[in-house]
Design a protein around this ligand. Structure first.
Ligand SMILES: [Zn+2]
Ligand SMILES: [Zn+2]
Length: 489
């Protein structure tokens, strides 16, 4: 078969029915169809046109698309590299942490043995026998403590590392597949010649694959459309106060965890948003984020009693089980996670930590008011971070991976910006606590894509927001006992 014949076959092939040729374009779905596709899925559509009828009217613009293909190809390549680096750094963190823990235990043993040596100087006889036994007991207790506490924590961390590694690996596979498809198209486009029908189909296919790549890169730019709303009460009988939902996260299976700051509780909601279990925190839980498919991290903070810690919690068969924790040297108002990196805000700074609680660096700070670095969120690719600067600045900031300020967004509809969230496709959602709004802002952090919900929709002092892919819903936590769930498209 000649090269041009091969190119033609590849371009004309229906992506669902590999034996059939593309014949039509459905305008309603902007989808290319073979006769089977058209019959099965588009018989009710209002505008399905034969390709042969379209070739005269539509410009193809393949050269521009070829440039776009090259750009996204480069970005996918960069993403793959950074994901591989994440896996390495995860493994390094775990190894370093376990080495430090073991060294600490050996240090304890040595200190103890030295103490014994010193105190045994000058003793003799029966006393010596007693000292030996005492020594054995103490050494055993140090080793046991290591087994019971530190080794348990190290095992928890090991499970986290394995689980995160799996999810990063699957993401790398997605990149590889898409990279291959993009390369293939990039090549095809060069060889396509000037057959109008082929050019048209190729350009539509190109646009689709570029859109897929942009979604994977977290640059989808697709605005949500709210379909309907539901209200769910998350107060339980033993709550002493009205709820205040400062943080929300959704597990892969659709279960929801909310951080009730006022009642100092983490609550687990089932898929119907009913509270099925709760776990009492030592101080107010200010925020919560997903670590693995069944584990979350909670930012626990109390200014007066100087409690600043990150507490891990596992969801096991409908129950919340507490795991390891680590202390912070500063207030913590927010926590978010990306492939083993933890981002924690203090109100005025944004810090980056490892999973083991080791401070890596401070990424951003602003000391001009109390809550200038209030809440933060990170993109699925980790290349950008968003920060809300609460009243009086009322800003949404966009930072590069290294903390460089890329964009500042202000809006009369965004007053007292509080909780924010980035969806897997990179859509940025942000709450205006004092404007009673939830907005969607473009991934560049420069423009508004939608006012998703306002006072008229029942929004009252919204503090937290989260998107759930399994149900295509946006969940909003606020001051008060009700959470709002918006079904979106
Ligand atoms: Zn088909
Ligand atoms: Zn259709």
């Amino acid at each position: 078969m000649s090269v041009s014949k091969q190119v033609e076959e590849l371009i004309l092939k229906c992506e669902v029915h590999r034996e059939d040729r593309i014949e039509m374009l459905c305008d309603d779905h902007s989808q290319l169809c073979c006769t089977k596709c058209a019959f099965n899925n588009h018989s009710q559509c209002s505008k399905v046109t034969q390709i042969s009828e379209l070739t005269n009217s539509q410009p193809t613009g393949l050269e521009g698309l070829s440039v776009e293909l090259e750009t996204v190809l480069g970005e996918i390549k960069t993403l793959q590299i950074s994901q591989k680096a994440s896996i390495q750094s995860l493994q390094r963190t775990y190894k370093e942490h376990s080495a430090v823990m073991i060294e600490q235990m050996l240090g304890n043993l040595n200190t103890y043995i030295d103490e014994c040596d010193n105190s045994s100087v000058g003793t003799s006889g029966g006393n010596e026998q007693y000292l030996k036994e005492e020594m054995c007991r103490s050494v055993l207790s140090i080793v046991n403590e290591f087994d019971n506490i530190t080794a348990k924590e190290l095992n928890e961390m090991k499970d986290e590392v394995i689980s995160i590694k799996e999810s990063v690996t699957s993401s790398i596979h997605k990149c590889t597949t898409l990279h291959n498809d993009l390369s293939q198209f990039h090549e095809l486009v060069q060889k396509i010649g000037d057959n109008k029908e082929l050019c048209l189909i190729a350009s539509i296919k190109c646009k689709h694959i570029i859109q897929q790549a942009l979604t994977l890169l977290g640059k989808s730019g697709k605005a949500f459309n709210v379909q309907r709303k539901s209200v769910h009460n998350v107060r339980i009988p033993s709550d002493s106060y009205e709820c205040s939902i400062a943080g929300i996260c959704v597990l892969t299976d659709g279960q929801v965890l909310v951080a009730d700051l006022k009642n100092k509780r983490i609550k687990l909601l089932n898929q119907q948003y009913q509270v099925v279990n709760h776990w009492d925190v030592t101080a107010g839980p200010w925020d919560i984020c997903l670590i693995t498919s069944s584990e979350v991290a909670v930012a626990v903070n109390d200014h007066d009693s100087k409690i600043h810690e990150v507490q891990f919690i596992t969801v096991n068969q409908g129950k919340l089980v507490s795991g390891r924790k680590f202390q912070l040297q500063h207030e913590c108002t927010c926590i978010t996670h990306h492939q083993g990196d933890l981002f924690v805000t203090s109100g005025q700074e944004l810090y980056k930590y490892t999973l083991s609680g080791k401070l890596i660096c401070s990424l951003y700070q602003d000391r001009s008011a109390d809550w200038t670095v209030y809440k933060c969120a990170v993109t699925p690719t980790g290349d950008r971070l968003y920060i809300t600067s609460y009243y009086p600045h009322n800003k949404l900031l966009t930072l590069a991976r290294d903390g460089t300020l890329l964009a500042t967004y202000t809006d009369p509809a965004l007053y007292g910006p509080n909780g924010l969230h980035v969806t897997p496709a990179g859509q940025v959602l942000v709450c205006g606590e004092l404007s009673d709004t939830v907005l969607q802002v473009g991934w560049e952090g420069k423009s508004k894509l939608a006012n998703l919900a306002t006072w008229g929709d029942g929004v009252r002092y919204p503090r937290s927001v989260c998107y759930c892919s399994t149900t295509s819903s946006i969940i909003v936590g606020q001051w008060g006992d009700n959470i709002l769930v918006f079904r979106v498209e």
